[in-house]
Design a protein around this ligand. Structure first.
Ligand code: MSP
Length: 498
């Protein structure tokens, strides 16, 4: 791979960032860091941003008594700040209210208006739409999706809407999309989600209306040939993945498109796997290579919601643990793709177990021994063992971390078993130990053990780089110095658990 382009969904600005948004963004960050170490900084592009148009956002702005633009400026800034605090390394932050984005979306719409489907039909056509519209979802929903007449996700009665809209002839693209998914040209991971999408295609998917009348949606991009209509938010939003690269002529577009990985939660799978590829085909643009879909997590067994008051603010985690530890704690909770639960009271326990007693302790013990017994000088052939790389390439974060922590556990027990301090004492005294090993033999054994431990630490630190770039560098600096010294402060101070 000579370039790597990774994206997160662009987040709605109707509310401030929470740990769910942070989760996807952290995953993207780790992968971006990883590929930077593999193919070089300049060959990686990591995009995130905010999705700022639509009725839902206009409604939130109205509630707050400010203009939609002011409102989106404020919340978008909160997202930028949260990612800054978490030390997220995105290369660009796209906003759908950016002039550049809006201009390119208009060009995209104009091109779609002229385009034909593989069957030779117009891609866009005018039609009448009647249906139940949920503002929370920003989409029409079917009666069968309702629970007690309400949208189950937003617990709200949808509005009945009937209006003239522009439609996208999605059905004409489905056979090619199906073929590309089946052949693996477009990877959908995990397998279960791929089956889900193929199942949807088999059932048949109705055409999608890609505009809304100004009466129902006023905050959005005008349809260039029909001033009574605004662009549907999903057409506006999905386009961000190419507008941020300055499609069609931008250098970044030429260099980085197609996306290598679109990351997202399962609820937006349909738009990404059906509408987005169809839009790209209609534009004559190559499809992304893969989409990785993760599950939603709950907090202490409950769906995150403002009413329950269990929404976790990533900034609070950063205040308590710092950016790198927060990211570690979030990622190590569960396997990618799984639907899972976050137990916030486990965080301090995990911190003490993995970082204080595991990694921090190992760094301390090894550097202390090398300093004491070898005068800080040890001859190690620093070979790169690519610990956890295969797992990371598959986006198996937790498994990559487990691989690293297995080495940490192995080394800590090696020290317990071999008791290098006994070997060292023997060396200092210049006498053979009870076991009968002679002075030279003990010295040799001690050196070997410390070499192994130092080499392991080097590799542990290297593999941790995508997860904890600063801690990784701290450890590498100590280990690769001419004279190894135990750090004056513990790498991870112990937390008192109440
Ligand atoms: N604006 C759309 C996406 C447009 S992309 C072209 C949107 N925004 S959102 O603010 O609702 O963000 C949804 C995404 O946030 C999910 O797909 C997921 O990546 C992340 N998550 C939000 N809540 C989450 C959990 N509870 N658990 C895991 N991820 C969560 O949809």
């Amino acid at each position: 791979m000579e370039k790597f382009y990774i994206t997160t969904p662009i987040y709605y600005v109707n509310d401030k960032p929470h740990i769910g948004h942070a989760y996807t963004t952290i995953i993207a960050d780790v992968l971006a860091h990883f590929w930077r170490t593999q193919i070089g900084e300049d060959n990686v592009f990591f995009l995130t941003g905010t999705d700022e148009h639509g009725a839902k956002i206009a409604e939130a702005a109205e509630k707050n008594n400010i203009s939609p633009q002011k409102f989106t400026d404020n919340i978008s800034t909160l997202f930028k700040e949260a990612w800054h605090n978490l030390e997220i390394s995105n290369d660009y932050f796209v906003r759908t209210t950016d002039e550049n984005h809006k201009k390119i979306v208009v060009d995209i719409l104009k091109t779609l208006k002229q385009a034909k489907t593989p069957q030779g039909n117009d891609v866009l056509y005018e039609g009448e739409y009647e249906g139940l519209y949920c503002i929370g979802c920003e989409k029409f929903i079917t009666a069968s999706e309702l629970v007690d007449d309400k949208c189950p996700d937003h617990n709200k009665v949808p509005e009945k809407l009937s209006e003239k809209n522009w439609f996208f002839k999605l059905s004409d693209f489905l056979p090619s999309i199906k073929e590309k998914i089946e052949s693996g040209e477009l990877i959908i991971y995990p397998e279960g989600r791929k089956k889900e999408v193929l199942g949807l295609i088999k059932q048949g998917v109705p055409d999608i209306s890609i505009s809304r009348s100004n009466k129902s949606v006023s905050w959005g991009i005008d349809i260039p040939w029909d001033k009574d209509q605004k662009t549907y938010v999903w057409v506006d939003a999905l386009s961000n993945y190419i507008t941020a690269l300055e499609y069609p002529a931008g250098e970044n577009f030429k260099k980085f498109w197609p996306a290598d990985v679109h990351l997202m939660g399962l609820e937006i799978l349909k738009f990404h796997t059906l509408l987005w590829p169809a839009m790209l085909m209609a534009l004559g643009v190559e499809l992304p290579k893969s989409m990785y879909i993760h599950g939603f997590f709950t907090i202490d067994g409950k769906k995150m919601s403002k009413t329950l008051g269990n929404v976790i603010d990533p900034n609070e985690l950063v205040n308590q643990y710092g950016a790198e530890v927060s990211k570690y704690l979030i990622l190590s909770q569960f396997a990618f793709g799984a639907e899972s639960d976050i137990k916030i009271e486990d965080f301090p326990i995990k911190y003490n177990a993995d970082l204080v007693n595991g990694l921090g302790n190992l760094v301390n013990r090894v550097t202390n021994m090398v300093e004491q017994y070898m005068d800080g000088k040890i001859d190690v052939d620093f070979k790169d063992m690519n610990l956890g790389h295969e797992e990371l390439k598959q986006l198996h974060f937790r498994e990559a971390l487990l691989t690293i922590w297995q080495v940490i556990a192995k080394d800590n027990s090696l020290i317990d078993q071999e008791k290098p301090w006994v070997l060292a004492k023997d060396k200092v005294n210049g006498e053979a130990r009870d076991g009968g090993l002679g002075h030279e033999a003990n010295k040799e054994k001690l050196t070997k053990i410390l070499q192994e431990l130092t080499l392991d630490l080097y590799n542990i630190a290297l593999s941790l780089k995508p997860f904890m770039p600063k801690k990784s560098k701290e450890i590498l600096d100590i280990i690769t110095a001419k004279q190894i010294k135990k750090p004056s402060e513990p790498l991870f101070p112990r937390l008192q658990i109440k």
